[in-house]
Design a binder for this molecule. Structure first.
Ligand code: HEC
Ligand code: HEC
Length: 359
């Protein structure tokens, strides 16, 4: 009897054991999906290169489909902030061309800085970042908001730990960078990759100027373009296909600037009061305006360049030497210029699901 029972039980036990060992072997022998990121080709129209404005090299951080996807997820990730209330998107909103409609952004504890959050547009073509140019790459830049006491108020070890502990991120980092061990360098690289894909060259102005579709803008807008490129000399600085020459200048906002701008970084008195020339792409969507968001509307900006300029401002740009109190536009010229500035809006950019939070 006893023996009989054993005959029956033994094969079952052996079968279970064999099965268990096989299963173990099977999982162990299934090779990990190999690290094979897919190159991401930055898409933009051919007319951009033909203007001799080149994408800035990022030799240690080539764009990949997986890296860009991870960067987008991180851009919308609230784990980056100390109390999980804030992501990059809290101050850089897609509908505002990734700028902040508030004059000064508020950090996690409602502290505010003294500069307006800039639009994130065509950054792949930019070499210096922030209004005072204090960062030289998007990777470097992305390091700052996380620890800024007026922004996300967090520390990198905490961010990395949270991401590491999550059920999704280690796999996504593996796919993007070939390692499940997350570090802050990879986080900033992924963010920078996503930011480089924020490309905007599909405005009515592009259709008119670069694609020769003359019906793309109205008569009044065309008249405004003449003010922009002529009397207003706006193209001395808001120039070329990126609508910025990427320089730092003083456009005469104040007789005595209170923010030293570029000089705060270079310590060179000749840079006092100079700020990054911002792109005017999507400008109708990015109010308020200037480094301190002092102007609520484009009408106010135009009134400033027309009538309220401070020619005595230290290091004021030579553009204004012959018009130290402004360009003195007529009411018609102001209206035309205002109409023209709307042609820089790229409605596809602000609605493109490739840039929106994954639902
Ligand atoms: C609390 C609001 C806030 C948050 C959160 C925030 N930013 Fe910003 N961002 C700003 C402000 C304000 C500036 C301009 C600051 C300055 O120039 O001193 C700025 C500037 C930038 C710039 C410079 C753009 C240029 O043209 O030079 C980039 C890029 C940027 N932010 C990316 C990010 C990323 C990536 C994150 C998330 C990791 C982020 N920001 C989170 C407010 C914020
Ligand atoms: C000498 C160079 C220069 C010229 C000429 C110039 N700008 Fe600017 N513009 C700047 C700089 C620099 C800033 C940022 C200044 C700051 O915030 O301190 C700026 C800011 C702006 C802004 C606000 C952008 C933002 O994102 O907040 C607008 C709009 C603008 N300019 C439109 C114009 C128009 C329209 C003209 C022609 C009438 C013009 N500019 C002429 C250099 C120039």
């Amino acid at each position: 009897m006893k023996l009989k029972k054993l005959y029956i039980i033994l094969p079952i036990i052996t079968a279970v054991l064999i099965d268990a060992s096989c299963r173990k072997e099977r999982t162990a022998s299934v090779p990990e999906a190999p690290y094979q990121p897919t190159a991401y080709l930055l898409q933009y129209p051919a007319f951009v290169d033909s203007q001799h404005v080149m994408v800035v090299d990022a030799p240690n951080n080539p764009l990949t489909v997986e890296g860009v996807a991870l960067g987008k997820k991180l851009f919308y990730e609230k784990m980056l902030s100390n109390n999980m209330s804030m992501s990059c998107n809290s101050c850089h909103k897609q509908e505002n061309a990734f700028s902040d409609p508030r004059r000064f952004s508020l950090g996690t504890d409602n502290a505010s800085g003294n500069r307006n959050a800039m639009a994130l547009v065509n950054l792949a073509w930019s070499k210096q970042f922030f209004w005072d140019g204090r960062r030289n790459s998007l990777e470097e830049q992305a390091h700052d908001p996380v620890t800024n006491p007026k922004e996300m108020e967090n520390s990198w070890p905490i961010v990395v730990q949270r991401l590491q502990n999550s059920s999704t991120y280690p796999d996504l980092f593996y796919k993007a960078f070939g390692s499940r061990t997350i570090d802050s360098i990879q986080v900033t690289r992924a963010l920078a990759q996503f930011e480089r894909t924020l490309v905007s060259y599909n405005s009515r102005f592009d259709r008119f100027y670069y694609r020769n579709i003359f019906s793309a803008i109205s008569k009044q807008e065309l008249a405004g373009f003449e003010v922009f490129a002529g009397l207003g000399r706006c193209t001395n600085c808001h120039a070329g296909v990126t609508i910025t020459d990427h320089s730092f200048r003083n456009n005469g906002l104040d007789a005595a600037p209170t923010d030293s701008g570029l000089a705060g970084i270079t310590r060179n008195p000749a840079d006092f009061g100079k700020f990054k020339v911002p792109t005017l792409r999507n400008i109708a969507l990015t109010a308020p305006y200037m480094h301190d968001g002092r102007f609520k509307t484009l009408e106010e900006v135009i009134d400033f360049y027309s009538d309220n300029l401070h020619g005595s401002s230290p290091n004021i740009d030579s553009t204004f030497h012959y018009s130290p109190t402004g360009f003195h536009f007529t009411a018609q010229q102001k209206a035309d210029l205002l109409a023209f500035l709307q042609t820089f809006t790229d409605s596809n950019f602000v609605s493109n699901p490739a840039f929106s939070e994954a639902k």
